[in-house]
Design a protein around this ligand. Structure first.
Ligand SMILES: Cc1ncc(COP(=O)(O)O)c(C=O)c1O
Length: 403
């Protein structure tokens, strides 16, 4: 939990950006500071692992995690992996994707690196301005010979336009994969993310709502694909010394599974806490000129692990100046994703940089505020007050920073 021993800042002169006053928060607030479930339950599980001396290779906790996550999501198969990056690579491999893959440029670079690392070629698409997920019309425009798959990203835990993308994928006989790294617990029309497309891949990285230190989950309703994913995760082994197919080491270990199981048990608390923080932020920041609290989806629910502001030019305080002021107060807001992947090496160095106006605009405007267990309701109110101060004195703040 964050402690805030310092007095609220009332004017620009008291901002740590411009003075020697201590930052508002003694302990930095991070976007993605880990959530941790019941410590006793975790320690008991870890102790059992040590007693069993079964540390990895499809251990009992990995199996328990898989069955409990499959139940939580409502999907037939869930395969735990070492991280989502390997999960995406395995998904592409087992679906025999070769060549070009349509991906949004507005995503974490890891989505695209996962593909490139196994020789696939990303073809960058734009995203929808209000939703930040893959724009189906741009997908349609970019369908070309040699295209092998479509990969959508449920950014901020917000489900993509699943139905429309599925229709496009079916029409063009392309496999549809979802990077669901942010989306464990999110749902669309009452169905949890995890069984859309052919395969979905979640991240259990430390920054995610449910973490297994590091980790990932690959989910599908297809028996054959699930079997292939399991084989690929463990070098293609089908017996003690019998290999059936190409594979890699993407196994999750038992300590990671212990952490993930413990955190999964705490999901309702994490989600309820995120809801409270989200409500405080939304109530406190919705009336600011030029700043939009990015709304939740109409047809679904997210895990509320991401709180995103869209700061337009009309805002008296610019996104980057607000960012600088917040950092000086130990509020480590983030400017995800800046730049879009299409403007980042190595992709920006290969051929012409595609024109993706929505991605470019969002990269220049979005700001994520800290959420999760670290936040108290008071710390959320203090962040609100700080943002409001910077906004109300935005022009002066800008002038002082420029001078
Ligand atoms: C959208 C997205 N995709 C993929 C990844 C990669 O996940 P992992 O760290 O589990 O490999 C992340 C990680 O943060 C992510 O945010």
């Amino acid at each position: 939990m964050s402690t805030n021993l310092n007095l609220p800042k009332q004017d620009l002169a008291s901002l740590s950006l411009f003075s020697n006053t201590p930052p508002l928060f003694e302990n930095p607030l991070h976007v993605g500071r880990p959530n941790i479930g019941k410590r006793d339950a975790l320690l008991a599980r870890l102790s059992d692992v040590l007693d069993r001396r079964w540390l990895t290779n499809d251990g009992p906790l990995v199996r328990e995690l898989e069955s409990r996550c499959a139940e939580f999501i409502g999907v037939k198969h869930c395969v735990a992996v070492a991280n989502a990056t390997l999960g995406l690579q395995i998904a592409a491999r087992v679906l025999e994707v070769k060549g070009k893959v349509l991906v949004p440029a507005f995503t974490f670079i890891g989505t695209v690196h996962a593909l490139s690392w196994i020789g696939l070629e990303p073809v960058f698409c734009d995203v929808l301005a209000g939703e930040h997920t893959l724009d189906p019309e741009d997908v349609l425009r970019k369908i070309e010979p040699g295209l092998a798959a479509i990969l959508g990203v449920h950014l901020w835990g917000r489900p993509c336009r699943v139905e429309t993308l599925q229709k496009i994928a079916d029409t063009h006989s392309l496999p549809l994969i979802f990077d669901a790294a942010h989306a464990l617990g999110s749902s669309l029309n009452g169905k949890r993310v995890g069984h859309f497309g052919r395969v979905e891949v979640f991240s259990l990285h430390a920054t995610k709502i449910i973490n297994g230190l590091e980790g990932g989950l690959v989910t599908t309703n297809d028996d054959l694909i699930a079997e292939k994913i399991r084989l690929a995760r463990n070098y293609g082994f089908v017996g003690v010394d019998q290999v059936a197919s190409l594979g890699i080491n993407a196994k999750m270990n038992e300590f990671c599974a212990a952490m993930a199981l413990t955190n999964l048990e705490a999901y309702p608390e994490f989600q309820a806490h995120n809801t409270k923080i989200h409500d405080i932020y939304t109530e406190g920041l919705s009336d600011l000129e030029g700043i939009l609290v990015v709304p939740q989806p109409e047809e679904g629910l997210t895990n509320l692990h991401y709180f995103v502001l869209d700061i337009a030019e009309q805002s008296p305080v610019s996104r980057d100046n607000l960012y600088a002021a917040l950092w000086a107060e130990n509020v480590y807001a983030r400017r995800y994703f800046r730049p879009g992947c299409h403007r980042s090496p190595p992709y920006s160095e290969i051929g012409a940089v595609p024109d993706l106006p929505v991605t470019d605009a969002l990269s220049a405007r979005l700001l994520q505020l800290p959420t999760g267990q670290q936040m108290t309701e008071q710390s959320a109110r203090d962040v609100v007050q700080l943002v409001r101060l910077c906004h109300s004195r935005g022009q002066e703040l800008g002038a002082r920073l420029a001078g």
